[in-house]
Design a protein around this ligand. Structure first.
Ligand code: ADP
Length: 438
């Protein structure tokens, strides 16, 4: 039945009743009945219309509450309105869920994202962009991006509308970081500004460049010596026999220096590239300490007193070769940086349940400002002394890598002129338990 059928039937019924009253009672009564019927129908519709208007007014302010209830044609209209409202609410919820997911995805990105309009004004940004560029998504909305990122290089980049290579900015204030900013056009005229933290990549690049420069520098000196002598010989600069022997000895020494350097470089590269965990040998520590003592005495050539101090019982789990090489480096450093007559003590003890190998010497010591950098490749406090004693500048870098592969760490205590203590700490789970604290 169409919605108008019921009201029309009601009107017809009213008209027929009013006519019947007019014919049977009198005319006036018929007209009064008709007028009263029409007036009450009009009032009823007015009331329903008022309820609808009030509800529509409130729905604009989101405080509408439930759709009004009624019967008849108004009931149908209100029910249709209720359905429409539910569908619209469900659509809005779906949309806000999608928006929420999109914004969560944007927040999870490791890069900063800024949405810009045609005039390069900020429309929105994620929190990584806030961290990178100091932009506040609410406060800075509508601000031109160039007012907030005030770098001439960036302004030039924006002027080119991003049609050139990404711009690299260095953030001088802490946290110091290097950012790469690139702009991508999207939709009709929008721009997406992406900020990427490339500090680690830059650092790795610098480390690689420094490393190549350092290796070249280390190799150049011995090569210059050898090439110089060989060229002299080729040019017929004949020297006497003792002179030749001296030159030969010097060339041999320089060749050995290069060999040591290449060996250390290979060891370091193996340690750095080995993704496999170290071998799980059972390393007999008291036995290893005794052989380290013998090697250090041989290296010292009787110029130092080399002793074992505290030697706990027990073994550790790890790579025998790697640990021997790391501890051996600490021992040979102690010999090389302790003047003749000095004393070296090797200890193996359990501290707070963790095994610790330490080498104490009463040698030249290290100024405190150098200590944090000693494990960097080619870092030396005294270049001359290191080279003169056959150092490659890579020993402590090797120690650090070996310990890291065994989840251990190195600590250094030192005082200029009084000596140093280098301690290699290993985690307690590497101890093959014979000690009560383990
Ligand atoms: P190097 O081959 O030069 O000895 P290392 O990496 O083994 O390289 O050591 C780095 C630097 O740390 C050395 O050049 C030296 O200046 C300092 N150093 C290491 N061990 C000692 C020590 N026992 N006493 C004083 N200085 C040391």
């Amino acid at each position: 039945m169409p919605f108008w059928a019921a009201p029309v039937l009601r009107l017809l019924a009213l008209a027929v009743t009013a006519l019947a009253v007019g014919l049977t009672v009198d005319d006036v009564a018929g007209w009064v009945l008709l007028a009263a019927g029409l007036a009450s129908a009009y009032a009823y519709h007015l009331i329903q219309l008022a309820r609808l208007t009030r509800w529509l007014d409130r729905s604009r302010s989101e405080k509408a509450g439930a759709v009004p209830e009624s019967s008849g044609e108004w009931g149908d209209a209100f029910a249709a309105l209720y359905r429409l409202r539910r569908e619209e609410q469900a659509g809005r919820e779906r949309l806000s869920d999608s928006l929420e997911r999109l914004s969560q995805a944007a927040e999870a990105l490791p890069d900063g994202i800024v949405l810009l309009d045609t005039m390069m004004r900020i429309e929105w940004c994620n929190s990584m962009a806030t961290r990178h560029l100091g932009i506040d998504a609410v406060r800075d909305r509508g601000m031109p991006i160039t007012h907030l990122v005030r770098e001439p290089a960036f302004a030039a980049y924006v002027k080119e509308a991003g049609n050139v290579d990404p711009v690299v900015l260095k953030n001088a204030s802490p946290p110091v970081r290097t950012l790469s900013l690139s702009m991508i056009p999207f939709a009709e005229s929008g721009r997406l500004l992406i900020s990427r933290d490339i500090t680690a990549i830059e650092l790795a690049d610098t480390v690689r460049r420094d490393f190549v420069a350092n290796v070249s520098h280390e190799l150049r000196t011995p090569l210059t010596v050898i090439v110089g002598f060989l060229e002299g010989l080729a040019a017929g600069n004949v020297v006497d026999v003792p002179g030749l022997a001296r030159q030969h000895a010097l060339m041999h020494e320089q060749a050995l220096r290069m060999e040591r350097l290449v060996e250390d470089l290979l060891t370091l590269s193996r340690l750095e590239n080995d993704t496999e965990p170290p071998r799980e040998d059972t390393v007999d520590m008291p036995g290893l300490l005794e052989s380290l003592r013998e090697e250090a005495s041989a290296l010292s050539g009787g110029k130092h007193l080399v002793e074992l101090g505290e030697v706990s019982a027990g073994s550790v789990r790890g790579s025998t070769d790697e640990l021997r090489s790391a501890f051996g480096n600490l021992a040979s450093n102690a010999v090389r940086y302790t003047p003749e007559g000095g004393k070296l003590v090797f200890n193996w003890r359990i501290e707070d349940g963790c095994p610790v190998f330490s080498v104490e010497d009463n040698g030249i010591g290290i100024p405190p400002e150098h200590i944090p950098r000693l494990t960097e490749r080619f870092y030396r406090v005294d270049n001359g002394r290191s080279t003169a004693t056959g150092g490659t500048g890579l020993g402590l870098a090797i120690v650090k890598h070996v310990l890291a592969r065994h989840q251990g760490w190195l600590t250094i205590r030192s005082e200029i002129g009084r000596g140093s203590v280098f301690s290699a700490h290993l985690p307690r789970q590497r101890l093959v338990a014979t000690h009560p604290c383990a």
